[in-house]
Design a protein around this ligand. Structure first.
Ligand SMILES: Nc1ncnc2c1ncn2[C@@H]1O[C@H](COP(=O)(O)OP(=O)(O)OP(=O)(O)O)[C@@H](O)[C@H]1O
Ligand SMILES: [Mg+2]
Length: 369
């Protein structure tokens, strides 16, 4: 995260940054994008939205969809970044807030790494600047002893900064952002200087709906943000599509063989998660109890990826009910006391009775004993 971060070669890293993973798409977009670009933007807002939603360029280059969801959400998010207001992505866990923030920064600034991870222990220095104490002692306070935060660098270079989990940051530290976002200036009183944001600077923050109340955003800070709520996938089809795509990408990066027949299991995992989340079977006939876990799309993705690894290394390479059952149980039963009962009830009243689900029922019974 610091300015001197060790650079690793692109082929070896476990998870390349979006701007590297999708460099070819970004380059094709930049080459064919003839719409006006805001200062220091790599692409026009139109092309940024196309990068996120996917599509085909005039020369036939296919842009894969990154975010599957309402078009308007993407358009409002992108156009906010072209204004003087910052962007706050709000939503339940696993609704792709971090994912969208990374891709927006990659498409707008070509760099998604100017990132502050918010925690209860995030200090002001992580948002403003710190000091290299060896230099400070040897030479006194000067610009060379100053260690800029990612936000300060983004301001000086006209880039997109990212703040993850804004509401986990203590309120007084959050308020550091008020001057930055309203005055677009970061004072350095120790040097009698300031850093003024240049055009192109903006900030994307993410916050979790469930954390609301941990550290409420002050209304002064909230006013500096345009809030965009990322919804849960609207239909089972959309969610299956998201899970299939991501599992395929993750599987390729882990060298897992692709599972062409995995769609049935993916559909099953998504159905179970949605029904438990909604408290209702998909036909709307039977009420079910919801467990304490979030059962997000992101968790469905990891259950299926885990299942693929099982089937690749210990099975016949085809994703089967037995490969996902343990993962589903682990995601559903977070609190062994209450969730186990909820799961047993769902298993016996819904899964057991459903046509074509007998294998899955047996696989779940095996792991739950
Ligand atoms: N609508 C969606 N479109 C595309 N991918 C999605 C969507 N919803 C979830 N995902 C996938 O879910 C995964 C998790 O998303 P991410 O980590 O961004 O969630 P988050 O909202 O930041 O969650 P948290 O609140 O736990 O931080 C990502 O791999 C992302 O691709
Ligand atoms: Mg996140």
């Amino acid at each position: 995260m610091s300015a001197g971060a060790v650079q690793t070669s692109g082929t070896e890293v476990l998870r390349p940054h979006a701007e590297h993973a999708f460099a070819a798409e970004l380059a094709a977009l930049a080459a064919q994008d003839d719409r006006p670009r805001p200062d220091r933007w790599r692409l026009s807002p139109w092309a940024v939205a196309l990068y996120l939603r996917g599509g085909t360029l005039p020369d036939g280059t296919v842009i894969t969809p990154k975010y599957v969801g309402p078009r308007r959400v993407v358009e409002v998010a992108v156009s906010t970044l072209a204004t003087d207001r910052a962007l706050l992505l709000l939503g339940l866990p696993g609704t792709a807030k971090t994912w969208v923030s990374e891709h927006l920064a990659a498409a707008v600034s070509g760099d998604s790494t100017l990132l502050v991870q918010g925690t209860a222990g995030t200090p002001e220095e992580a948002i403003r600047y710190g000091w290299n104490y060896a230099r400070l002692l040897a030479h006194g306070p000067d610009r060379d002893a100053l260690v800029p935060s990612p936000v300060m660098r983004a301001m000086a270079e006209g880039m997109t900064a990212r703040v993850e989990e804004l509401t986990r940051i203590p309120a007084d530290v959050q308020d550091t952002l008020i001057t930055i976002l309203s005055e677009k200036t970061l004072p350095i009183p120790e040097l009698g200087q300031e850093v003024q944001a240049v055009r192109g600077f903006n900030l994307i923050a993410t916050a979790n709906d469930r954390d609301r109340g941990v550290n409420e955003l002050s209304s002064a800070l909230r006013r500096r943000f345009n809030t965009v709520v990322l919804p849960l996938p609207e239909s089972a089809e959309a969610e299956v599509d998201i899970v299939t795509r991501r599992v395929d990408q993750i599987g390729r990066s882990l060298d897992l063989p692709s599972a062409p027949d995995g769609t049935d299991e993916i559909r099953r995992v998504v159905t179970v998660f949605r029904e438990l989340r909604d408290g209702m079977t998909s036909d709307g006939r039977t009420k079910v109890k919801s467990p304490s876990g979030t059962l997000s799309t992101a968790e469905a993705i990891s259950v299926v990826t885990g299942g693929l690894a099982l089937s690749a290394h210990f099975g016949d390479g085809v994703l089967r009910p037995g490969d996902v059952a343990a993962g589903v149980l682990g995601a559903v039963v977070r609190d062994p006391g209450t969730d186990r009962v909820v799961w047993q009830e769902y298993l016996e009243t819904v899964v057991r009775e459903r046509d074509g689900w007998q294998d899955f029922y047996r696989a779940c019974r095996e792991v739950s004993v």
